[in-house]
Design a protein around this ligand. Structure first.
Ligand code: G16
Length: 544
């Protein structure tokens, strides 16, 4: 086997964002672009030499080509064994599961998550460490640093490898094992949830469900688990065949992009339960009959009910949420006497807390929930958690959520996204907010007294690392909050996110529309950040 050393030059834009390096496919197709980043991983993650790597992606456009390149580079860099999902496919949670299950030296996941796919759309790559989780900032910083000085990469000469047949192949000194992408993950789910009870729910004839895989990676997983192992009727999984362009859709499980599913929860033939997952399978949306569960509420309800679920019945050690996620989980943790952590946006910040067993459950407003079973958020896991809860409680989704509000209060929640705005304008807007911070506490805006205003900074309680400038928080005396931050996952210009939260303790006021409750807070946010003046936008691109 010949190994070529290819001379290359650094690119200056390979700093990973919130979750890996995400760019347009065309950028990744630039000669040496993908290779430089992959070589930077091999150069900095030295245990991979002679070690084992998990490799797979969400099946989007360019997935197969990138897998071929990475396999040849793994061989060129002395990796002993690579576990690859058949067809080059692995959901993000399944990759995390495999890294942990087979105790590998890490994994490379190809995905741009919920971003659209296709020749003119997005692609992404990220490295997960041996704990199965996204690389922490110390690792991504080292990889980035390496990309700025890289001068050559190693790649084995080889014909394309057949990714579609299970079994073992050798490439030089490297063993490549093509494995079933679903089996180990599905087995793990069976260990955590009461499959018999959920099966009885499906068999009762009183319960119907649809799961929208959005033509993305969870199709094969959901079909095997829901229709195969749990006996849900065929057709429960819709849009279940992964496509390189996600069928032209936007594989983001929210009320806007999963509208086909939302429609199935309304009208005379509405299903009792509906759920969706995203491009790479780590996000989830939970719906009841004509009812939407906010991701923040979903986390809080999981914490409150974990004792009813097989895998968590022994008790949970604590909970964490990302800073912009609503404080609903905090209220549950408070009542149950559990520790609750507030971390910056990015699943990677949960890793240390999970490894140190400080928390068992964690979640984010961006449609992500998960637990210590792996080190990624997990879309299907969340769906199974809810199914298990429905099977135990024998109540509707709406009843479970509204009872929860009565017990803990309701955190009304909404997020406004201003996508693809000018980067300089976005940074100026944030800078101007920062300038105002010191003078805000004590002021009253639209009758809302401000209690605190800061730029969120996080000190990791396990390793002491500090992450600064993680978003502007403005907190009001009644528990309401406005948060401003710039997205770290977009690939075009900048995306401003405005997160709004209003707390309501009085059950008689818990059934208002979120829009009406938020009017005053929205007004405060628009004025405080001077959004229209600074971005030229009169309305957000998406409201979730
Ligand atoms: C990633 C991160 C999440 C984060 C989300 C949105 O999710 O893992 O922690 O909440 O991006 O980040 P941002 O607001 O910076 O765009 P995913 O599903 O895209 O991998």
């Amino acid at each position: 086997m010949n190994i070529d050393t290819i001379i290359t030059q650094p690119f200056d834009d390979q700093r990973p964002g919130t979750s890996g390096l995400r760019k347009k496919v065309k950028v990744f197709q630039t000669p040496h672009y993908l290779e430089n980043f992959v070589q930077a991983i091999f150069d900095t993650q030295v245990d991979l030499k002679g070690g084992t790597l998990v490799l797979g992606g969400d099946g989007r456009y360019y997935n197969r080509e990138a897998i071929q390149v990475i396999l040849r580079m793994a061989s060129g860099n002395g990796v002993k064994k690579v576990l690859v999902g058949r067809g080059g496919l692995l959901s993000t949670p399944a990759a995390s599961c495999l890294i942990r299950h087979y105790k590998t030296d890490g994994g490379i996941i190809l995905s741009a998550s919920h971003n659209p796919g296709g020749p003119d759309e997005d692609f992404g790559i990220k490295f997960n460490t041996p704990n199965g989780g996204p690389a922490p900032e110390s690792v991504t910083d080292a990889i980035f640093q390496r990309t700025t000085e890289i001068a050559e990469y190693q790649i084995a000469q080889s014909k394309p490898i057949d990714l579609d047949i299970l079994g073992s192949i050798t490439l030089g000194e490297t063993q490549i094992e093509i494995i079933d992408p679903v089996k180990d993950y599905a087995d793990l789910m069976m260990a955590l949830f009461d499959f018999n009870r959920i099966r009885m729910l499906f068999e009762s004839g009183m319960f119907s469900m649809r799961f929208d895989a959005m033509h993305a990676i969870t199709g094969p997983y959901a079909t095997e688990i829901l229709e195969g192992r749990l006996g849900a009727e065929p057709g429960t999984v819709i849009n279940g065949t992964p496509k390189t362009d996600f069928g032209g859709g936007h594989p983001d499980p929210n009320l806007v992009h999963a509208h086909q599913l939302v429609a199935l929860t309304k009208g005379a033939h509405a299903v009792n339960f509906a759920a969706a997952s995203d491009g790479d399978g780590d996000r989830n949306m939970i719906l009841g009959c004509n009812f939407f569960v906010t991701p923040s509420d979903s986390l809080a309800i999981m914490v409150a009910n974990a004792h009813l679920i097989k895998g968590y019945s022994g008790g949970i050690s604590g909970v964490a949420r990302s800073m912009p996620t609503s404080q609903a989980a905090d209220r549950v943790a408070d009542k149950l006497g559990l520790p609750c952590y507030e971390t910056p946006t990015g699943w990677k910040f949960f890793g240390n807390l999970l490894d140190a067993r400080k928390i068992t459950l964690c979640g984010e407003e961006s449609f992500g929930t998960g637990s210590d079973h792996i080190r990624e958020k997990d879309g299907l896991w969340a769906v199974l958690f809810w199914l298990n809860l429905l099977a135990v409680k024998q109540q509707s989704v709406e009843k479970i959520v509204t009872d929860h509000w009565k017990a803990f209060g309701r955190n009304y929640y909404t997020r406004y996204d201003y996508e693809a705005i000018d980067k300089t304008d976005a940074e100026a807007l944030m800078a101007s907010l920062r300038d105002k911070l010191a003078t805000l506490p004590g002021q009253s805006l639209n009758g809302y007294p401000i209690e605190y205003a800061d730029d969120f900074a996080y000190t990791d309680p396990v390793d002491g690392s500090v992450s600064e400038r993680q978003g502007i928080r403005v907190g009001f005396a009644d528990g309401s909050r406005i948060v401003f931050r710039l997205s770290g996952t977009g690939t075009e210009g900048a995306t401003l996110r405005v997160y709004l939260e209003a707390y309501e303790e009085d059950p008689s006021k818990q059934l208002q529309s979120t829009e009406s409750v938020m009017t005053a807070l929205v007004d405060i946010a628009l004025n405080l950040a001077e959004i229209e003046k600074r971005t030229g936008r009169t309305k957000p691109s998406v409201i979730t």
